[in-house]
Write a protein that binds this ligand. Structure first.
Ligand SMILES: Cc1cc2nc3c(=O)[nH]c(=O)nc-3n(C[C@H](O)[C@H](O)[C@H](O)COP(=O)(O)OP(=O)(O)OC[C@H]3O[C@@H](n4cnc5c(N)ncnc54)[C@H](O)[C@@H]3O)c2cc1C
Length: 460
């Protein structure tokens, strides 16, 4: 079978290598040139590329199953396996520490040696179709015929929009990242961790997270409401560094005696949750000859680090279906049914959690008139340990968010008693804005917001 793949990101390359390994003739097309021999990989089509990534166990597991050479290359480049000690279960796999750049370099380098897989730098303009079936892709204006087109074009891919119905679930989640990568100095110990993957602190209008990567690299991440213009100024190095000094855990991690920055401060675009089924635009039935996978199906806010896990378990399922389907072009329909059952719940979980968190960041109390969002159910485990006992399946993504339904009433009872989770120690949102403003003024940085403040005080 001739397979054309739109996108050579993690989903496209994993599907491509696995199908080539099954004897198919595969071409993956990506507008990105791939990693340069030396220096920074710009990776313009993937805005999150240099942002903090954590890798859940599913990523390494599926890679080992379907593409062991890429898994070995990832470890060679430095990916570090981690494990959790779960009472009663002992050590369980916790995923891998790595930068996204390191991960994708391993996939790209290994793809060069996969017989039957070619990766071409070009732009997919659209789909070829006739007789109600997709027959290939248009690549930089030229026709490329294929028996199956795999859309692995990510969260903002548009190449299939003429035939595939738009996303109807989710939307902007009201949060954005600003982060920066650092590296521990030789011999320096890592700072504090709240779990083997990360350190996290929650405040009244923002979050701070450290993601530890491989070989002493780590990302310092501040998550802010997109509507909070003052916190947007964290994108200025002076403000970001002042925030790091003021937030106790970050101060320990970023102490110049412990670590130095290795990137600029990286402001991220707005984050979104989205679920997009396989339905066609016209008759709403799945289009034969086309299947979408990865972020092109399910995108979730990254603070729980779920995107690559949902991407790779989708790929595992898609390959299993393709192995059993007599006409591979018809795989979209059973895959859609599986995604509805297994992916949509994660997107809905995030829509609920994020919407509620942003509302609480604006000063709202939690809402006991509807099911509590999953993060609040988990927080109540400090007061009722039965909640914690029910949470490993959800936390590890081996069980769907509905696995928390049974303990939701227990959490509700905790909150009904008046208990609320405490904020972490560190500046409140308003104190953080004062810290940002002082740092910007001290370094003479003008921002539109500070300018408008000085203009209005001059007028008074
Ligand atoms: C800020 C942020 C942080 C994240 N952090 C985490 C994390 O900690 N852990 C985690 O597991 N996940 C995380 N994610 C999610 C993760 O990055 C995605 O799940 C992952 O990138 C999905 O892989 P993909 O291959 O489906 O899509 P992508 O990685 O987006 O790849 C799509 C590819 O398709 C190409 N493409 C698109 N359209 C065309 C076209 N028309 N022609 C040619 N090429 C095209 C693009 O250039 C790109 O290379 C994060 C996401 C964001 C936004």
């Amino acid at each position: 079978m001739r397979v054309a793949i739109i996108g050579a990101g993690p989903a496209g390359l994993l599907v491509g290598s696995a199908l080539a390994g099954r004897g198919h003739d595969v071409l993956a097309v990506d507008r990105d040139a791939g990693p340069p021999r030396q220096g920074r990989w710009a990776r313009r089509g993937v805005m999150q590329f240099h942002h903090a990534h954590g890798f859940r166990p599913q990523v390494g597991q599926v890679l080992q199953e379907e593409w062991p050479a890429a898994f070995a290359a990832w470890l060679t480049l430095g990916a570090e396996p981690i494990s959790f000690d779960i009472p009663g279960l002992g050590q369980v796999p916790g995923g891998h520490r790595s930068r996204r750049d390191t991960f994708e370099r391993a996939l790209r380098a290994t793809s060069d040696d996969v017989s039957g897989l070619s990766v071409q730098q070009a732009h997919v303009d659209g789909l070829l179709s006739s007789g109600g079936r997709v027959r290939g892709v248009i690549v930089d204006g030229s026709r490329l015929e294929a028996d199956l087109v795999v859309d692995a074009s990510g969260r903002s891919g548009r190449a299939v929009n003429d035939l595939r119905a738009p996303s109807t679930v989710g939307g902007l989640c009201g949060m954005a990242y600003v982060d920066r990568q650092y590296r521990l100095l030789d011999g320096a110990e890592p700072g504090p961790m709240t779990n083997p993957l990360a350190w996290q602190a929650d405040f009244d209008g923002y979050q701070a997270i450290i993601f530890l990567h491989e070989r002493g690299h780590f990302s310092v991440l501040l998550v802010r409401p997109t509507a909070d213009a003052a916190l947007k100024d964290l994108r200025h190095p002076a403000a970001f560094e002042a925030a790091c000094r003021a937030i106790p855990g970050l101060a320990e991690w970023t102490d110049p005696a412990r670590a130095l920055p290795v990137t600029e401060v990286l402001p991220g675009g707005p984050l979104r949750n989205a679920y997009r089924g396989q339905e066609g635009i016209d008759e709403r039935s799945v289009v034969p000859g086309l299947v979408s996978v990865g972020d092109a199906v399910a995108t979730t806010t990254p603070t729980f680090g779920r995107g690559l896990a949902t991407t790779f378990v989708q790929v595992r399922e898609l390959l299993a279906l393709l192995d059993s389907e007599a006409d591979p072009g018809l795989v979209g329909e059973p895959f859609d049914a599986w995604c509805q059952d297994n992916m949509l719940p994660w997107v809905l979980d995030h829509v609920h959690m994020d919407g509620d968190l942003v509302r609480r960041w604006r000063g709202g109390d939690l809402d006991l008139t509807r099911r509590l969002p999953s993060d609040l159910i988990l927080s109540a485990a400090t007061e009722d340990p039965r909640i914690g006992h029910a949470s490993p399946g959800y936390l590890s993504m081996l069980e769907l968010p509905s696995s928390l339904d049974a303990v939701e009433p227990l959490a509700r009872a905790v909150y009904a008693s008046g208990w609320r989770p405490e904020y972490s120690s560190g500046p409140t949102r308003n104190e953080l804005v004062e810290i940002i403003d002082a740092a910007l003024r001290e370094r003479g940085v003008d921002t539109p917001r500070l300018n408008s403040q000085s203009v209005s005080s001059a007028r008074r």
